[in-house]
Design a protein around this ligand. Structure first.
Ligand SMILES: NC(=O)C1=CN([C@@H]2O[C@H](COP(=O)(O)OP(=O)(O)OC[C@H]3O[C@@H](n4cnc5c(N)ncnc54)[C@H](OP(=O)(O)O)[C@@H]3O)[C@@H](O)[C@H]2O)C=CC1
Ligand SMILES: O=C(O)[C@@H]1CCC=N1
Length: 271
């Protein structure tokens, strides 16, 4: 992939996942600058050889790519001083949930090239999933750069309609947390059955990994068929799944994902 000078604005959880993921894939550390007001966070990055700064405006002057990785709630305040800089030859990538490209254009009026990305934290271990949306005027070469950047830390999909970003947030941006919660609950249940926490965690994590790998390795097989293959008639799995069914688990998952979409839509009108 082509290497460009990238300034990250915000060095929190998601920026760390992307930056450390990129470094693992050999992206040159000297071409990454991370801006964050927090000294401890800056130290995490400089220890890996990247540039760091507490001055956003200064740090974006020479950058070819600016990756906005602050909370949506403060995006407007963060962009206000940045708008003094000429963005016409720069690529702006925003990973903020619920901040539309129209809103970003209003916040950074000189920016012509804006790409919105919804990544997720497994980027840290090169297993990220990112949805990308570019406005019409973004040149192919810049779209290719954004695609290569996110592909370096996982899989990507392009969205034709920006409104689908809400569903992508429910499906991949937020979803690692659903799986962590599920695994957390399983581990806790096993500990309450007297297994030690390490053994409980091993059972859960290896089963999750194995299940995900089976899904990946069998693209033609319906997920329901993989489930049925584990479920012997009158057996143990059937007993467990019957409880999920009684508790309306499918409906609960659907409602949770709808809540995620609703919050993303709400954030679009709030910030
Ligand atoms: N976490 C995730 O899994 C995902 C997050 N996102 C999006 O990524 C963005 C960042 O989320 P996340 O990493 O979780 O949030 P974090 O709070 O972990 O990171 C944001 C960072 O920005 C810093 N910051 C605050 N003010 C400024 C400023 N003026 N200039 C530069 N940096 C500043 C914060 O410092 P301090 O803490 O001191 O305020 C913090 O270190 C959000 O918009 C979110 O929607 C998208 C997909 C997944
Ligand atoms: O919870 C959030 O709002 C962010 C966006 C997707 C994952 N984390």
């Amino acid at each position: 992939m082509q290497h460009k000078l990238i300034s990250f604005i915000g060095g929190g959880n998601m920026a760390q996942a992307i930056v450390f993921g990129l470094l693992k894939q050999g992206y040159p550390a000297e071409l990454i600058c991370v801006c964050d007001p927090n000294q401890h966070r800056r130290d995490l990055f400089s220890a890996q050889g990247t540039q760091v700064s507490d001055d956003n405006v200064k740090a974006i002057q020479d950058a070819e790519v600016i990756l906005l990785a602050v909370k949506p709630q403060i995006m407007a305040d963060v962009c206000a001083p940045l708008s003094a800089v000429d963005f016409s030859n720069k690529l702006v990538i925003s990973i903020a949930a619920g901040i539309s490209t129209a809103r970003l254009t209003a916040l950074l009026p000189s920016a012509k090239n804006i790409i919105r990305v919804m990544p997720n934290t497994p980027a840290l271990v090169s297993q990220g999933m990112a949805g990308l949306f570019a406005t019409e005027q973004v040149p192919t070469a810049l779209k290719q750069f954004a695609q290569d950047l996110l592909s370096a830390v996982g899989k990507i999909c392009w969205l034709e309609q920006e409104q689908d970003m809400h569903s992508v947030t429910a499906g991949s941006g937020s979803s690692p947390a659903y799986f962590f919660l599920f695994m957390e609950a399983m581990q806790q249940a096993l500990v309450e059955m007297d297994l030690d926490p390490q053994t409980a965690r091993l059972l859960v994590q290896q089963s999750a990994l194995g299940a995900a790998q089976m899904v990946i390795d069998n693209p033609q097989t319906a997920l329901s068929a993989l489930r049925e293959n584990v479920t012997s008639k009158g057996g143990t799995t059937a007993a467990a799944l019957a409880v999920f069914e009684q508790k309306n688990m499918t409906q609960t998952i659907k409602q949770a994902m709808q809540a995620c979409v609703q919050r993303s839509q709400e954030m679009e009108s709030l910030f």
